[in-house]
Design a protein around this ligand. Structure first.
Ligand code: PLP
Length: 386
């Protein structure tokens, strides 16, 4: 057969995480600190809501926009929690996780040649999804500014073709988040240049040191922001595939057009479970968060003892660890660690090719696993430094 794969897809690099974890598959005794998903199962009352909905016979499509009940619940939740007002009819769309929300936003707004800014290190899908939508991606390296986007850096990278930025906080892979002043400064630059903020706040509920501030809460930011969130991380619901996009009604309407032809709607079972998560999931969320915080302290302390620099992540469940002291580069470090000590971590290069002095360690793994994994990493580092 002649080559029928589109050029765009041919040129797309496979995800650095997937590529590495194909190596892990089938290996026994491996402790994986690689995956970006909670080690908890979905809290029982949420699962039960899904089960009950099936028992009661809710097996149909829903409205393309998503169950009205869920959109209303989200609208009330955002209003009560943050004072944000989104109309459930026109400004909220239920999506297949944040992943679909991101894809739809980009496909709805990008004209060929438009530029999308992605601060790096970044979640693996941003660049490829923006390119698939026809955008040119402008990456901003935040290594010299403590992995934070600054107004100065942002100004420097915006030009006439810049249409939007994909901002993510707390960040995957660094765990970095932003305070009010920092966000407000970023917002002012975006507003000045009329650049849309696509704000991926999927880890917003997993912030440990200070309260999370959603981007659209700033004055005039709501009209200039696509707020993306979901249930995967906070409620341990990765497999349910449900998220939501809140934003200006023109963009939500355009996204709904694409969504209705490509997806139709998110599974009704998942939507019903998501409703329950917002009604009664807070306690379970707080319990999981407490445990993540405990693990965070442990992981940061242990890397300090091992002699690898690890800044305290402010949110999410990842530590971005500098391995420069080891004398190895990221891919080699990760490969050798896997081969010699059966511990899987993600090479920093998965989040931007320049991050070859870093590895990402997920602490969404049990405390006992973390203890054992860190002991093995210590042994490994001692060995290679000898
Ligand atoms: C920053 C970030 N955004 C989005 C996603 C995907 O989330 P969802 O399961 O809601 O599609 C992930 C998953 O790891 C993530 O880390």
């Amino acid at each position: 057969m002649k080559n029928i794969i589109s050029k765009k897809v041919q040129e797309m690099q496979p995800s650095g995480i997937r590529a590495f974890f194909d190596l892990v598959l089938g290996m026994k005794e491996v402790i994986s600190l690689g995956v970006g998903e909670p080690d908890f199962v979905t809290p029982w009352q949420i699962r039960e809501a899904g089960i009950s909905s099936l028992e009661e016979g809710f097996t149909s499509y829903t409205s393309n926009k998503g169950l009205y009940k869920l959109r209303l619940t989200i609208s009330n939740y955002l209003k009560n929690r943050y004072g944000l007002e989104y109309c459930p009819d026109e400004e909220i769309l239920i999506t297949v996780g944040v992943s679909e929300g991101l894809d739809l936003t980009l496909r709805a707004i990008v004209e060929p040649g438009d530029k999308i800014i992605v601060p790096q290190p970044s979640y693996v899908s941003y660049g490829p999804v923006a390119e698939l939508a026809g955008a040119e991606v402008t990456y901003i390296d935040t290594q010299k500014t403590n992995f934070k986007l600054t107004p100065g850096l942002l100004e420097k990278h915006i030009d006439k073709k810049t249409k939007a930025i994909i901002l993510n906080y707390p960040n995957n892979p660094t765990g970095v988040s932003y305070n009010k002043k920092e966000l407000s400064q970023i917002h002012k630059v975006l507003l000045k240049h009329n650049v849309l903020c696509i704000s991926d706040e999927v880890y917003g509920d997993l912030t440990y040191d200070f309260s999370h501030i959603p981007f659209p809460t700033f004055p005039k930011a709501k009209e200039n922001t696509m707020y993306l969130n979901g249930f995967s991380k906070a409620y341990a619901m990765t497999g349910w595939r449900v998220g939501y996009a809140c934003g200006p009604k023109e963009i939500i309407a355009a996204m709904t057009k694409i969504h209705q032809y490509t997806i139709m709607c998110v599974s009704i079972t998942s939507q019903m479970a998501a409703c329950e998560a917002l009604h009664s999931g807070k306690r379970s969320l707080e319990e999981m968060k407490r445990e993540y915080r405990r693990r965070r302290e442990f992981v940061v302390d242990r890397f300090g003892e091992i002699g690898l620099e690890c800044r305290k992540p402010q949110g999410a469940f990842y530590a971005f660890v500098c391995i420069k002291n080891s004398g190895l580069k990221a891919l080699e470090f990760a490969r050798k660690l896997l081969k010699e000590e059966n511990v899987a971590v993600v090479p920093g290069t998965a989040f931007g090719s320049q991050f070859d002095d870093y590895i990402r360690v997920s602490y969404a793994s049990s405390y006992d696993n973390l203890k054992e994994a860190l002991a093995r990493i210590e042994k490994f580092v001692k060995k290679i430094k000898r």
